[in-house]
Design a protein around this ligand. Structure first.
Ligand SMILES: [Fe+2]
Length: 489
C-alpha cells in the first residue's frame, strides 16, 4: 500500500468515481482528487447559504484531470483526461455543467475501451513520434475569439470548446496558419483581444512565440533561442511587450530520448532569465535574476522605462523526494511546491534588474483581474498551500495588496479544499477590486462540492453565497472568469 494508513480516511474511493479507481493505489485517484465517472448535464444550482448577487454576470470555467480509463502504468496528477467545469451566473442564479475535452486520443481509447498512452511517468513508446504522450488538454482554459480553448502544459493542440455547452467544437488552427503546438497559459490582451502564446520543443530553438489576432488569425510567429530544452510554464504581457521565461529547472533532452526520463532538475548555478520583446515580434532583450523557478506569474506592466512583473517564485525547486514513498516519490515530491510572492523589475533604458520578495506565505495558483492583464494591477487572488502536505490541497483564499505585500485571507475550513479562484468584476464595476471572487470547494469527509462566491473587498469575511453542486468536482488546475458581456453577446 502506497497511501499511509494514517491518511486512509482522507483517500477513500468516492461512490461517484469510476469503478476501476478502487484497484489503483494512488492518492491522486482517491478522495478529493478522484475522477468522476459521469459528465453533468446543465443543472441549476441550489443556493444553500447567502445570496448570489444579481450583478455577478458571467462564467467561472475550470479545467482539470479526470481519467476515463484505468491508467496502464504509474499515474501522475497531471495525466488525467481534461474535464472542463462551467458555472454560469446571471440574474442571481447559476447553472453548472461539465464536459470532457473530446481529444482524438480519448476517442481512440474509447474505441479500444482501455488506456493506450502512458502518463508522464512513462514508459514511453518512441515509435509513436510526438504521440508518446497523450495530449489531454487538461491544464488551462482561456476565452479567445468567441470560444474557450482547452490547453495542455506540455504544449498540445488548442481544443476549441463552445463557451456555453463546453462541447469540443474542434482543434483551433488559427486560420490554417498554426504549425506548432501551444503551451498552457497564453495571455489574452483584454484591450486588443490578441492571444499571445509560446511553445516549447526538445530541439533548437527550444521555444517559439506567437500572436493571434482577436478574430483568430496568426499575426506573428518567431523562434526564441534558448540554451536548451526548458520546462517554462507561463508567459506574461504588458501593453506593448511580451515577456518569455527561462528558468534553470529543466530536464535533459538526451535522457528523455534514451531513457524516457523527463524529470526536471534544478541547476542552482544558472540564473533565471526573462526575455522582453515587442508584442508583435522583434529582438529579445534578456535580464538575469536569482536562480529558481516560477510556475505562474500574476501579471506584468509598464512603468516608464520599467517593466514590472509579479509572480510566485520558487527559490529552490529541487524535487523533495521521500524514498519511503516508493515509486510515487518523484511525483509526490514534485507537487510539494514552495513558492512566495516576488516582484521583478527590468529597466529597458538602463538594463537594471531588481527583484524583491513581497511576502513569505506559501501561495500559488495566482490570478489578478484578468480583464487587466498587461496593465498595472494592485490586487491578486491566490491559493495558500500547506507545506509538505501528502497531496496538493488549497486550504485558503488569499487576496494580496501588491502596494505593500499585505494580504487578507479566508480559510476554507477543516478538510475543505478550494480551486483556483478568479476575480469576477461586478457588472458596471469601476474600481479594480469592485466585484467577486468565485471558487469551487470540496469537503474531504463528505466528498461533496460547493461553489462559493466572495465579495472581493471582504474576502476575510468568508463567502457571501454557497451553492450546492449535485456532483463532486475533482481537484483541478486552472480557472478563468469569462465576463457575461463577452460570453452572451
Ligand atoms: Fe499552470
Amino acid at each position: 500500500m502506497t497511501i499511509p494508513e494514517t491518511l486512509a480516511q482522507h483517500y477513500v474511493v468516492p461512490t461517484d468515481a469510476p469503478s476501476w479507481v478502487r484497484d489503483v493505489d494512488n492518492p491522486y485517484l482517491r478522495g478529493i482528487h478522484a475522477p468522476v465517472a459521469e459528465e453533468t448535464e446543465a443543472v441549476e444550482l441550489e443556493v444553500v447559504a447567502g445570496e448570489v448577487p444579481a450583478d455577478l454576470f458571467g462564467a467561472y470555467v475550470r479545467n482539470g484531470p479526470n481519467s476515463v480509463f484505468r491508467p496502464n502504468n504509474l499515474y501522475h496528477w497531471f495525466d488525467g483526461d481534461g474535464m472542463v467545469h462551467g458555472f454560469y451566473f446571471r440574474d442571481g442564479r447559476a447553472v453548472y455543467r461539465s464536459r470532457l475535452v473530446r481529444t482524438p486520443y480519448l476517442a481512440d481509447e474509447r474505441a479500444r475501451g482501455a488506456a493506450i498512452w502512458p502518463g508522464i511517468m512513462g514508459p514511453f513508446d518512441f515509435d509513436k513520434p510526438r504521440h508518446y504522450l497523450k495530449d489531454t488538454a487538461n491544464t488551462d482554459v482561456v476565452f479567445h475569439d468567441g470560444a474557450i480553448l482547452a490547453l495542455w502544459y506540455l504544449c498540445g493542440e488548442p481544443y476549441r470548446l463552445d463557451p456555453l455547452t463546453l462541447d469540443t467544437v474542434g482543434i483551433e488552427d488559427f486560420g490554417g496558419a498554426r504549425t506548432t503546438s501551444i503551451s498552457a497559459h497564453p495571455k489574452v490582451d483584454p484591450r486588443t483581444g490578441e492571444l499571445v502564446y509560446f511553445t516549447l520543443a526538445d530541439d533548437a530553438p527550444f521555444m517559439r512565440y506567437g500572436v493571434v489576432s482577436a478574430d483568430g488569425r496568426l499575426s506573428c510567429e518567431m523562434p526564441i533561442d534558448l540554451p536548451g530544452p526548458r520546462s517554462t510554464h507561463d508567459i506574461t504581457i504588458t501593453e506593448r511587450y511580451s515577456i518569455v521565461h527561462d528558468f534553470p529547472f529543466f530536464h535533459d533532452a538526451e535522457l528523455l530520448r534514451t531513457h524516457g526520463y523527463r524529470v526536471a532538475r534544478f541547476h542552482p548555478d544558472v540564473p533565471s532569465r526573462f526575455g522582453i520583446l515587442p508584442r508583435r515580434g522583434g529582438d529579445v532583450r534578456w535580464f538575469e535574476f536569482e536562480p529558481g523557478y516560477v510556475l505562474h506569474m500574476v501579471n506584468a506592466w509598464e512603468e516608464g522605462d520599467w517593466i514590472v512583473m509579479d509572480g510566485c517564485f520558487q527559490p529552490n525547486p529541487t524535487i523533495r523526494r521521500n524514498k519511503a514513498e516508493g515509486e510515487l516519490a518523484s511525483m509526490l515530491g514534485y507537487l510539494r511546491v514552495r513558492a512566495h510572492l516576488r516582484r521583478w523589475r527590468m529597466n529597458l533604458a538602463t538594463g537594471e534588474a531588481v527583484e524583491e520578495q513581497l511576502d513569505d506565505q506559501n501561495v500559488e495558483f495566482c490570478l489578478p483581474d484578468t480583464e487587466r492583464y498587461g496593465e498595472k494591477t494592485r490586487f491578486s487572488y491566490h491559493q495558500r498551500i500547506p507545506v509538505d502536505n501528502y497531496t496538493v490541497e488549497f486550504h485558503s483564499l488569499v487576496k494580496y495588496d501588491h502596494a505593500d505585500g499585505s494580504s487578507v485571507c479566508h480559510d476554507y475550513g477543516d478538510g475543505i479544499t478550494g480551486s483556483e479562484s478568479p476575480f469576477a468584476p461586478r457588472r458596471g464595476a469601476t474600481a479594480e477590486d469592485d466585484g467577486y471572487v468565485v471558487t469551487v470547494v470540496t469537503d474531504s469527509d463528505s466528498l461533496r462540492s460547493q461553489c462559493w462566491v466572495y465579495h472581493a473587498q471582504q474576502i476575510e469575511k468568508g463567502p457571501i453565497a454557497k451553492l450546492s453542486i449535485p456532483t463532486r468536482v475533482p481537484s483541478g488546475f486552472h480557472a478563468k472568469w469569462i465576463p457575461g458581456q463577452r460570453l452572451w453577446r
